[in-house]
Design a protein around this ligand. Structure first.
Ligand code: GAL
Length: 673
C-alpha cells in the first residue's frame, strides 16, 4: 500500500515548485543553502522537464536530475517528483500533430505553451507512459523521493478536445455507458428536434451547431472529458505504483470553483493517494480570504476529511489577472495558515526562485528577483519557522459544523444553454451561502448529495438543479431523522440526463420541502422584489422568483410585490423529526444571514456573537491533541474566547480565558486535555 502522506517527511511540507533547469548549476548550491535557511522541507521538481529529460525520442538525459536529487537529499530536502506529461516536447508534436487539441469550432491549437494535449490520442498516451516508466525506473527508490506528482492541473488550460480521435473515443464511452443506441436515445431525449440515432457511429462530440445542441449530449461530453483525463491519470499512477511501491501518488487539483470548472473532484479524490491542491487569490474586490477558506474546505471534503496538502499558492502577486496586486505584509502567512487550519499538512508555493525568462517572470516566488534583502524573503523565512513550530498538528483533522451540498455534474448541467435566466449562477449561490456561513463562524464541510449526512445538524443546498432520485431520498431521510435542511431555488429539477423529474417541480425535493413550484418567474436585470416576514419586517430578492404552492409547508415570508406578490417566498416544512427550509428568490447577504439564523436555531447551533467579523476560528483535532487556529484578517486587534487552557504554538506563551490576536496576526493554541 502506498503512503498517504509524503514519504519520509516528518514536519509540515514547506517549499515550492523548483525549476532549476532555468538556471546554471552553480545557482543550485545557493538554492539549497537558502532553502535550508528558510526551513524548506520539500520541493516539487521536473513538472515541465520532458524536453530536457528526453531530448530526442527514446533517448534520456537523466544526469542533471540525478545530480539535483542527490543534492537535495544531501541537504535533507524531500522531493515531490513530477511526471512531465503536461508539456510534451516539440519533437513529439512533429511526429504526432494530431495530439494537438481541437476546440468545439474546429480550431487546432499549436505548440509553444503548455498543456496542449488531446488526451484520447494514442501517440500521446504511449509517449506519456514511456517517460513515466523511465522516470519511475530511475527514481522510484531514490532516497529523496517523497511523493509522485502526476502531470499538472488536469483540466487546465484545455478541459476537452473535439477532434476525430475524441469522437471515436466518445462513441466507445457511450457504448460502454448505455449499451444500446436505444438507451442513449431515451437518455438524451433525441425524439426532440429529430435527433434520433440508429448507430453509435453517427454520434459526434457537441461541436459547433447553428443553435442550441442537445443538452444531455453536452452534459455527457463533460463527463466523458473528465473520465478521459482520469484514464490518463490512472495509467500513470498505476505505472508509478508498480515501479515505485510505497510512494504516494498525487496530482495537483484546483478545487476553487473560480479556477477550474471541468473536473469532478469527488471522483478524483478517490483516485489519488494524497489530495493536493493549488490555490490563487482572485482579486476581484471580494474578500479573498473567504474564497480561500471555501476552496480549502472543498479540498478537505474531496479528501474525505483527511489531511491534504496545499501544493501551490503565491507568496505575493500573480501575473495572469488583469491587475495583480502584491500581498499585504502578513497576508502570505495568513493565507498559508488558513489552508493549514482547514486541513492542509503544509504550505507550498509556485515557485521557489522567480524566473527571469518565459511567461511567468512577473509571478512572485519564495526567492524574488530582488533576492534575500526583500520583505517577501523575510516573510518566507518567518513562515518556515512558524510551520516548524506547528509540526504537532500533522495528521489531525479539521472539525466542521455544517455541510453544504455540491456536485460538479449539477453545475455543468445548470450552466448549459437556454435556462430560465442567465443571471442565475449556481457558483454565485454557492459562494454566497458559503460566505454567510463563514460570517456566522461556522466551519463547512462540502458533501456530495448522495453522501451520508447524518453527522451534520444543518445541511445547506445552495443550488442543485440536477439531483438524482437517490439524492432526493437521501435528503428526505436526513430530515426525517432530525436534520435541518435549507434549499435554495431551482434545485431538484432534473435527473442525471437533464430530464425534468416527472410531476410538478421540484421533483426530487417535493416531499421533503412539502411544496410544489408551479412556475418560475425570473426577474429582469436590476429588478428587485420585497418580501415580508411574520413580524412585518422586510427582506429583498433579485434574479429569481417562483409561484410556490405549499403542500404541508408553512409560509414564513411572503412576496410583497412583483408578479408573485402574495405567494410564499420562504417556507418551512416540519418533516419527521427535522425541518426543511426553502427560499424561492435570490436573497442578498442580509437575507441569507437571517435565513441561516432561523435554520441554525432549528438545528440547535448557537450563534458565535462573541467573535468579530473577519476573525477566522477553526479547530483541528486528532491523536496529537486539539488545536485552535485564530486568524485575524481585520485591521483591529481581536480577542477570542477560549474554553480551555493551552499553549500558543507560534509565541510559546500560555493562553487562558481569552486569546489576544493582533490585527493581521495568526495564533494557534494547543488546548490542554
Ligand atoms: C498554476 C500552475 C503553475 C503556475 C501557477 C502560476 O496553475 O500549476 O505551474 O503556472 O499556476 O500561478
Amino acid at each position: 500500500m502506498p503512503d498517504t502522506t509524503p514519504t519520509g517527511l516528518t514536519r509540515l511540507a514547506f517549499g515550492g515548485d523548483y525549476n532549476p533547469e532555468q538556471w546554471p548549476e552553480s545557482v543550485w548550491h545557493e538554492d539549497v543553502r537558502l532553502m535550508r535557511e528558510a526551513g524548506v522541507t520539500m520541493v516539487s521538481v521536473g513538472i515541465f522537464s520532458w524536453a530536457l529529460l528526453e531530448p530526442t525520442p527514446g533517448t534520456y538525459e537523466f544526469g542533471w536530475l540525478d545530480r539535483l536529487l542527490d543534492l537535495l537529499h544531501e541537504h535533507g530536502i524531500r522531493v515531490d517528483l513530477g511526471t512531465p506529461t503536461v508539456a510534451p516536447p516539440a519533437w513529439f508534436y512533429r511526429a504526432h500533430p494530431d495530439a494537438l487539441p481541437v476546440t468545439a469550432d474546429g480550431t487546432r491549437y499549436e505548440f509553444g505553451s503548455r498543456g496542449a494535449i488531446c488526451h484520447s490520442n494514442a501517440g500521446y498516451r504511449a509517449a506519456a507512459a514511456a517517460i513515466t516508466t523511465a522516470l519511475a525506473e530511475r527514481y522510484g527508490a531514490h532516497p529523496a523521493l517523497a511523493l509522485w506528482h502526476v502531470h499538472n492541473e488536469y483540466g487546465v488550460p484545455v478541459s476537452a478536445c473535439y477532434c476525430d480521435s475524441c469522437a471515436a473515443h466518445f462513441r466507445r464511452w457511450l457504448a460502454g455507458t448505455y449499451g444500446t443506441v436505444d438507451e442513449l436515445n431515451e437518455a438524451w431525449g433525441t425524439a426532440f428536434w429529430g435527433q434520433r440515432y440508429t448507430d453509435f457511429g453517427q454520434i459526434n462530440p457537441p461541436r459547433a451547431t447553428p443553435t442550441v445542441g442537445n443538452p444531455a449530449q453536452a452534459l455527457d461530453y463533460k463527463r466523458f472529458a473528465d473520465a478521459t483525463l482520469r484514464e490518463n491519470f490512472r495509467m500513470e499512477r498505476d505505472i508509478l505504483h508498480r515501479l515505485s511501491p510505497g510512494i504516494p501518488v498525487t496530482t495537483n487539483f484546483m478545487t476553487a470553483l473560480s479556477q477550474c470548472d471541468s473536473i469532478d473532484y469527488w471522483a478524483w479524490g478517490r483516485e489519488v493517494d494524497l489530495v493536493t491542491n493549488d490555490h490563487y487569490l482572485i482579486t476581484d474586490g471580494r474578500r479573498t480570504h473567504v474564497n480561500l477558506a471555501m476552496a480549502a474546505d472543498l479540498t478537505r471534503s474531496v479528501a474525505g476529511g483527511a489531511p491534504w496538502l496545499l501544493l501551490e499558492h503565491s507568496t505575493s502577486g500573480v501575473n495572469w489577472q488583469p491587475r495583480n496586486p502584491a500581498k499585504a505584509p502578513g497576508q502570505m502567512a495568513r493565507n498559508s495558515l488558513a489552508h493549514v487550519a482547514r486541513g492542509s499538512d503544509g504550505a507550498m508555493f509556485f515557485q521557489w526562485r522567480q524566473s527571469r525568462r518565459g511567461a511567468e517572470k512577473f509571478h512572485s516566488a519564495m526567492l524574488p528577483h530582488g533576492g534575500t534583502d526583500t520583505r517577501v524573503w523575510r516573510e518566507v523565512v518567518e513562515l518556515g519557522a512558524s510551520l516548524d513550530s506547528l509540526s504537532p498538528i500533522r495528521g489531525t483533522r479539521t472539525q466542521a459544523d455544517v455541510a453544504v451540498l455540491w456536485d460538479w455534474h449539477s453545475w455543468w448541467a445548470q450552466n448549459l444553454q437556454w435556462r430560465p435566466s442567465e443571471d442565475h449562477d449556481p457558483r454565485e449561490r454557492a459562494d454566497a451561502f458559503y460566505e454567510a456561513l463563514y460570517d456566522r463562524h461556522l466551519t463547512v464541510d462540502f458533501a456530495h448529495p448522495e453522501a451520508d449526512l447524518s453527522r451534520y445538524p444543518l445541511v445547506v443546498v445552495p443550488a442543485l438543479y440536477l439531483m438524482t432520485e437517490a439524492a432526493g431520498n437521501n435528503l428526505e431521510e436526513y430530515v426525517e431523522n432530525g436534520g435541518t435542511l435549507v434549499v435554495s431555488y431551482f434545485s431538484g429539477i432534473v435527473d442525471e440526463h437533464d430530464a425534468v423529474h416527472e410531476g410538478p417541480y421540484p421533483g426530487a425535493l417535493r416531499d421533503v420541502l412539502g411544496l410544489t413550484v408551479e412556475e418560475f418567474s425570473p426577474l429582469l436585470k436590476g429588478e428587485r422584489v420585497r418580501i415580508t416576514g411574520p413580524d412585518g419586517s422586510e427582506l429583498s430578492g433579485d434574479v429569481w422568483t417562483e409561484f410556490v404552492v405549499p403542500r404541508g409547508a408553512e409560509t414564513v415570508w411572503t412576496y410583497a410585490d412583483g408578479l408573485t406578490a402574495g405567494h410564499p417566498a420562504i417556507t418551512r416544512h416540519r418533516h419527521g423529526e427535522g425541518s426543511a427550509w426553502y427560499v424561492s428568490t435570490r436573497l442578498d447577504v442580509h437575507g441569507l444571514d437571517a435565513l441561516l439564523g432561523w435554520a441554525a436555531d432549528d438545528a440547535g447551533i448557537a450563534p458565535r456573537a462573541d467573535l468579530p467579523r473577519d476573525v477566522e476560528v477553526v479547530c483541528r483535532a486528532g491523536e496529537s491533541g486539539a488545536f485552535l487556529f485564530a486568524i485575524n484578517h481585520s485591521a483591529l486587534d481581536a480577542k477570542v474566547p477560549l474554553e480551555a487552557h493551552g499553549t500558543e504554538l507560534l509565541t510559546g506563551e500560555g493562553a487562558a480565558g481569552h486569546l489576544g490576536v493582533p490585527a493581521g496576526a495568526v495564533r494557534v493554541v494547543r488546548l490542554d486535555d
